[in-house]
Design a protein around this ligand. Structure first.
Ligand code: ADP
Ligand code: ZN
Ligand code: ZN
Length: 722
C-alpha cells in the first residue's frame, strides 16, 4: 500500500487530511503540497508521511504537487505548532497557516530574497565629478558616491528617490545590483551602561546557549532597550539570530532605526502592515539564517530561527500578544515554548509586568532583573490625585487640571491629556424625553463623532447620521454626554488659543505612518498639548513633555472583568511614564471621582510592584488566573434559542467532570452586530486535568447538531470575557 501523507489545510476544522502522494516529487514533513479540496484546490503543510489512514484507500485523493523540495517549516517549528494547536485547542490547519506569511500560503514560487541595491556606474562617477546633473538626480548620485546602498536606506535618506533612480539608470549612470543582505558600519555607539544595565547584560549573557526565562522589570526609559541591544550584539558576534517582538507596529519604525544604526546589520521586519511580498522575504531570510535580527509583532513569533541565539518580548504585558480570533494563541507564551525548544534565553521586558509573569518569578520559573533608575532623568514623576467630586468641570476637565496645563505651556513645555475613548461623546441624549442614540445591532449607545457628523458603534462599526432632532419626541435639544478625545481637543483648542493642540487616536492616525508623522511635527522646544488614547502610552520619546493628565480612569475601577484592575494599573503607570523622560522633572495628575479607591491609593503610594502583588494575592485567594485556569466557550447566532441550545448541549457533555463551570450565560455584551451571544466558562486549578477533560469534549462539540446553527469558538486562557 502506498505511503499516505497527512496534511494540515487552512480550514477551521478539527482534523488533518490524508492524501496519496503526488505522482512526482517527494514530500517531506514541513513542506507544502497542493491538494484537491472540495471543488477547488488548497495549499497545505505535510504534517506526517507514511501514516496509517482510517480513510478507505479507494476514497483517498491524490495530492497534486509538492511545492517545496526542502521543508519550509523545520522540525522545531513543526513540533511547536503541533503543541500549540493542541494547547490552544485550535483547528490544526489554522495553527499551521498562522505560521506562514500570506504570500507563502499560495501556490506560487518563493520570492527572491536577495536585497535590492543601487550603485554608481563608471559613467555615473564621471557625471558626478562633472556636476552635470541637478536636483534629486544629483542628490542621488552624491548619496551613492560612497558606495552601493539598499532601497531601504535610500527610502530614508532621499524620499522620492525612485524617479531619480529611473532617470539615472536609463542614462546608465547608476545600476541595480542584487546582493545578500548588506552589513554596514554602525552609526551610533552604545552608551556606557549603568551598573544595573550591566548586571542584567552579564546575567542574561551568561545564559546564552541554554534555555532560561528572564523578566526584565524596569520603568519606561530605564534603558531596557539598551540591554536588548547589548545582548543582541553578543548574539550577532556568535553568528546567531535574535528575535525581538514588540506589541504594535507603531513601535516598529523607531526601533528598526535604533537597531540598524547600532548593530550594523540589516533588520528584518515582520508585521501585518507590510506588503505581503516584503513580509514573505523577511521570513525566508530568517529561515536561511541570513537574517540576524528579526523585529516583529505577534505573528513574528512563528519566524524560523535555525541559528537562534536570543528571543526578546518587549512590553510583555501587552494584550496585543494574544490573538483574539481564529487560532487564539498568545505570542508571549509561545515565545517561551520556542526558547525552550531552541535552547536559548528569553527576555520578557516591561515596566508593568503581567501578573502571569510575576507569578512565574515567584514560583522560581523566571529569573527577575530590575532596572530602577532612569538614565538622564532627574527623578521619577510626581503623581497626584485630582478629586473631581463637587468640581465645576469644563467638558470633563477640572480647574486644577486646566491650571496645571496652563502652567506647563506657559513654561514652554508640553502636556498630555490622556483619555482612553475616541470620538466626541460616548452618548447622545435627548434632554426632553431621555431617549439616547443606540446601535440597533448591539443595543449599546452610539458614540458621537462630531467632526464626521456621525454616530458610530464602536462594537460593530454601524454608523448613522446625527439626527437634527430627537426621533422619539422631536425636541431639538440633543445633548452629548461624557467626553471623548475629540471633545477634549475642542475644549483645549478653545481655551489655549496660541498653543498647538494635537489629537492622537485611531481616527487621526488612520493612514500608514500617520502616528510617527504627527509626533515628528511636534517641535521639541515649543509648548504643545497632546490629547489622545492609549496609542500615546508608548513610542516616541517626548523630551519636553512634563505633564501627563489622566482623565476618566473610573470605568476601569468598576468593571466586571477581573483583569480590569491589572490593566488599569498598567495603563496608569505606562502613561505616567511619558512625563519627564529627559532632564526636566515630570508631573502626573490623575483625575477621578474615587480618590480613595484602594487600588489607586496603593498604586500612587507604593508603586506598580506593590499593587500587582496585592492583585496577585486576591487572584490566589479565589483561584483566578494565573492560579486557576480558564477556558471560555463562546457562541453566537441570530437567534437566541440556537445559542442556548448549543451551550446547553455543550454543558451536558461535561456533566460529572470535576470542573468549575459557570453558565451557560449571556456574554457581557449579549447582543453584538445583530447576533445573540452566550458563553460557558470552564475553570480548574490544574491545567493538566483541564486539558485532559477538554480535548475529547472539544472534538465532540463538532459533532453536535446544535453546533451547526451557531458560530462558536474556544478560548484557552482568555484575556477578556467579552
Ligand atoms: P526603555 O526601553 O526601558 O524605555 P531605553 O533603552 O529606550 O529605555 O532608554 C531610554 C533613554 O535613555 C534612551 O534615550 C536611551 O538612549 C537612554 N539611555 C539608556 N541607557 C543609557 C545609559 N546607560 N546612558 C545614557 N543614556 C542611556
Ligand atoms: Zn426626546
Ligand atoms: Zn453595534
Amino acid at each position: 500500500m502506498p505511503a499516505v501523507l497527512r496534511v494540515a489545510l487552512p480550514v477551521p476544522l478539527p482534523t488533518l487530511f490524508d492524501y496519496l502522494p503526488p505522482a512526482a516529487g517527494v514530500a517531506s514533513v514541513g513542506s507544502r503540497v497542493l491538494v484537491p479540496f472540495g471543488k477547488s484546490t488548497a495549499v497545505g503543510i505535510v504534517v506526517a508521511c507514511d501514516v496509517e489512514t482510517a480513510v478507505g484507500q479507494a476514497r483517498l485523493k491524490q495530492a497534486l504537487r509538492v511545492l517545496d523540495d526542502d521543508a519550509l517549516l523545520d522540525s522545531e517549528l513543526m513540533t511547536t505548532l503541533a503543541w500549540a494547536a493542541d494547547y490552544w485547542l485550535g483547528a490544526p490547519g489554522e495553527a499551521y497557516a498562522n505560521a506562514l506569511p500570506l504570500a507563502l500560503r499560495e501556490d506560487r514560487a518563493l520570492p527572491d530574497t536577495r536585497e535590492e541595491m543601487w550603485e554608481l556606474t563608471q559613467a555615473g562617477r564621471s557625471a558626478l565629478d562633472a556636476a552635470s546633473r541637478r536636483g534629486r538626480s544629483r542628490a542621488l548620485l552624491e548619496t551613492l558616491a560612497a558606495g552601493p546602498l539598499t532601497a531601504d536606506v535610500l527610502h530614508e535618506a532621499l524620499p522620492g528617490w525612485r524617479d531619480a533612480a529611473r532617470r539615472l539608470s536609463e542614462a546608465s549612470l547608476i545600476a541595480r545590483v542584487e546582493s545578500r543582505l548588506a552589513t554596514h558600519t554602525p552609526s551610533t555607539v552604545a552608551p556606557a551602561l549603568s551598573a544595573e544595565q550591566q548586571q542584567a547584560v552579564t546575567t542574561i549573557g551568561a545564559s546564552l546557549g541554554r534555555f532560561q526565562p528572564f523578566l526584565l522589570d524596569g520603568v519606561t526609559g530605564s534603558g531596557k532597550t539598551e540591554v536588548y541591544l547589548a545582548l543582541i550584539e553578543q548574539v550577532i558576534a556568535q553568528g546567531k539570530q535574535a528575535l525581538l517582538l514588540v506589541p504594535e507596529i507603531g513601535l516598529a519604525p523607531q526601533t528598526v532605526r535604533r537597531l540598524r544604526d547600532r548593530l550594523g546589520v540589516s533588520v528584518q521586519v515582520l508585521h501585518s502592515n507590510l506588503a505581503e511580498g516584503d513580509r514573505a522575504r523577511a521570513w525566508l531570510r530568517a529561515r536561511t539564517g541570513e537574517a540576524k535580527v528579526i523585529l516583529g509583532t505577534r505573528s513574528a513569533v512563528f519566524t524560523p530561527l535555525p541559528h537562534a541565539g536570543l528571543i526578546v518580548v518587549d512590553e510583555e504585558h501587552d494584550s496585543a500578544y494574544k490573538q483574539q480570533e481564529g487560532f487564539r494563541y498568545h505570542a508571549r507564551d509561545l515565545a517561551l515554548l520556542r526558547a525552550r525548544a531552541l535552547n536559548v534565553p528569553v527576555v520578557l521586558g516591561s515596566a508593568t509586568p503581567s501578573l502571569e509573569s510575576l507569578a512565574n518569578v515567584k514560583a522560581g520559573r523566571y529569573q527577575s532583573l530590575h532596572l530602577r533608575a532612569r538614565p538622564g532623568a532627574i527623578r521619577p514623576p510626581q503623581v497626584q490625585i485630582v478629586d473631581m467630586r463637587a468640581q465645576r468641570l469644563e467638558h470633563g476637565l477640572s480647574p486644577a487640571l486646566l491650571a496645571a496645563v496652563a502652567d506647563t505651556v506657559a513654561r514652554g513645555e508640553q502636556a498630555l491629556v490622556f483619555r482612553n475613548r475616541r470620538g466626541y461623546a460616548p452618548v447622545l441624549l435627548c434632554h426632553a424625553c431621555g431617549w439616547h442614540a443606540e446601535c440597533p445591532r448591539c443595543e449599546h449607545p452610539l458614540t458621537l463623532h462630531a467632526g464626521r457628523r456621525q454616530l458610530i458603534c464602536h462594537h460593530c462599526d454601524y454608523s448613522a447620521r446625527v439626527p437634527e432632532q430627537c426621533p422619539a419626541c422631536h425636541a431639538p435639544d440633543l445633548k452629548p454626554q461624557g467626553q471623548g478625545t475629540e471633545r477634549l481637543e475642542e475644549a483645549l483648542v478653545a481655551r489655549f488659543t496660541d498653543v498647538p493642540v494635537l489629537r492622537i487616536d485611531r481616527e487621526t492616525t488612520r493612514r500608514r505612518d500617520a502616528f510617527e508623522q504627527l509626533l515628528e511635527g511636534l517641535h521639541e522646544d515649543r509648548p504643545a498639548i497632546l490629547v489622545g488614547t492609549q496609542m500615546l502610552a508608548k513610542g516616541h520619546d517626548l523630551p519636553n513633555l512634563t505633564l501627563v493628565a489622566i482623565v476618566g480612569v473610573d470605568e476601569g475601577l468598576h468593571s466586571v472583568d477581573f483583569r480590569a484592575s491589572e490593566r488599569l494599573a498598567q495603563l496608569v503607570v505606562q502613561v505616567a511614564g511619558r512625563a519627564g523622560r529627559a532632564s526636566k522633572p515630570g508631573r502626573v495628575l490623575l483625575q477621578t471621582h474615587h480618590p480613595d479607591h484602594p487600588l489607586l491609593r496603593q498604586l500612587l503610594a507604593q508603586g506598580y510592584a506593590a499593587a500587582a502583588s496585592s492583585l496577585l494575592d486576591e487572584r490566589r485567594s479565589i483561584d483566578l488566573p494565573p492560579y486557576g485556569h480558564q477556558v471560555l466557550l463562546r457562541a453566537e447566532a441570530h437567534q437566541r434559542e440556537h445559542v442556548d441550545a448549543f451551550l446547553a448541549d455543550a454543558n451536558a457533555a461535561l456533566a460529572g467532570a470535576p470542573l468549575q463551570i459557570a453558565g451557560p450565560m449571556p456574554a457581557p455584551m449579549p447582543l453584538r452586530a445583530g447576533r445573540h451571544r452566550g458563553q460557558l466558562l470552564i475553570e480548574a486549578t490544574s491545567r493538566g486535568a483541564l486539558h485532559a477533560l477538554l480535548r475529547p469534549w472539544h472534538q465532540s462539540l463538532w459533532r453536535l447538531p446544535s453546533a451547526r446553527r451557531v458560530r462558536w469558538s474556544l478560548d484557552v486562557d482568555p484575556i477578556d470575557l467579552y
